[in-house]
Design a binder for this molecule. Structure first.
Ligand SMILES: [Zn+2]
Ligand SMILES: [Zn+2]
Length: 347
């Protein structure tokens, strides 16, 4: 899986940062999923390497404009391109009414199947939102001024690598039979001998996971959803010096994002949804937010538009080699103060 940030500013765009959108590339199935769709997200697609024709699912966290104003335009353009086979949309209850209103009053006809799915019930009950052969999606309610939901995508574990040499050495002729063995099933050779596919496969390869969590003030539900994830993308609207503002507007500080990552035991944290007040040239900059988070959770990066992170699943029984490509943030001295607890925040 590969994540590309298409918008990392909160509220309004700046020269360097558009409003919220995160693309998830799923190369193994030639699909692209999108999380949030702030205004001009389709322009950001055009400036990226991503192929919008692969877009198959869009997940919306909440109905604030900086997360949905790009949706009607993007959906309309997909229709005009003429090569869209259908889009599934997931989000809060008002999403369908919002889209129907805009599309009807602007006489926009969507010529491909567009299915909307409400996520409220799945979020409240903890039910799985989407489950197929290789991926599983869950969501949870966040704590914001309007209903907001965080999403988690888990790649299922895959069968271990098939040992072709070993199969050949056993005298098994190449052919469709290899696919059966590769899937771990047992087969019978013409000689009558039974071969167990599992004995020709290496250890199961675990999948990877990514969690997208915005907008919210510190949330225990987010900690639960993010438990053990390979990458947590968390909003970081304010510095902790502005914690009063964060609580008033139900947003997170960099400290809250880092405490969520620490409590959830994720491998890596990416901060996004930064307030324009931290634009370079101001007294505090994104580097200060990054330093604040790294003091609590060292494995933190700060997102910028078009930053791409590879989330490779760890190989079993090998050194973890899943360091995402980090092309942005400057490396800083890291101090790990794991003793700081989330309780300190609540007080
Ligand atoms: Zn927002
Ligand atoms: Zn919001």
């Amino acid at each position: 899986m590969q994540v590309t940030f298409l918008g990392t500013s909160s509220g309004v765009p700046t020269r360097a940062r558009n409003v919220s959108a995160v693309a998830l590339r799923l190369p193994q199935r030639s699909e692209l999923w999108l999380f949030d769709c702030g205004e001009a997200t389709q322009h950001q697609f055009l400036r990226s390497e991503l192929r919008v024709s692969q877009l198959s699912r869009i997940f919306i966290t909440h109905m604030h404009g900086d997360h949905v104003f790009g949706l009607p335009g993007l959906l309309a353009s997909l229709g005009l391109a003429g090569n869209c086979s259908g889009v599934d949309l997931y989000g809060p209850d008002p999403l369908r009414d919002y889209l129907e209103g805009v599309l009807r009053t602007s006489s926009t006809r969507i010529g491909y199947p567009l299915r909307t799915h409400r996520v409220r019930e799945a979020a409240q009950s903890g039910a799985v939102l989407l489950d197929d052969d290789d991926l599983c999606v869950r969501c949870t309610p966040l704590t914001h001024r309007v209903p907001a939901y965080a999403y988690r995508v888990d790649q299922k574990s895959r069968p271990g690598r098939f040992d072709v040499e070993k199969a050949r050495a056993l005298g098994i002729p190449p052919g469709p039979i290899y696919a059966e063995l590769k899937a771990g099933r047992s087969i019978q050779l013409e000689s009558g001998e039974r071969i167990d596919g599992a004995s020709l496969c290496g250890p199961e390869r675990p999948g990877c996971s990514v969690v997208y969590c915005t907008d919210t003030v510190f949330s225990e539900a987010a900690v639960e959803l993010a438990r053990g994830a390979d990458l947590l993308i968390h909003e970081s609207t304010f510095s902790h010096g502005e914690a009063d503002l964060a609580f008033a507007r139900q947003h997170s500080t960099s400290t809250m994002a880092a405490q969520t990552a620490l409590a959830a035991g994720v491998k890596r944290l990416a901060l996004t949804h930064l307030s324009p007040r931290y634009m370079p040239g101001n007294p505090m900059t994104p580097d200060d937010l990054l330093a604040e988070a790294r003091a609590i959770f060292p494995e933190t990066v700060i997102a910028r538009d078009f930053l791409t992170l590879d989330i490779a699943a760890p190989e079993p029984a090998a050194d973890s080699n899943d360091q995402p490509l980090e092309t942005g943030a400057a490396k800083q001295a890291r101090t790990h103060k794991s003793s700081r607890s989330t309780a300190a925040l609540q007080g």
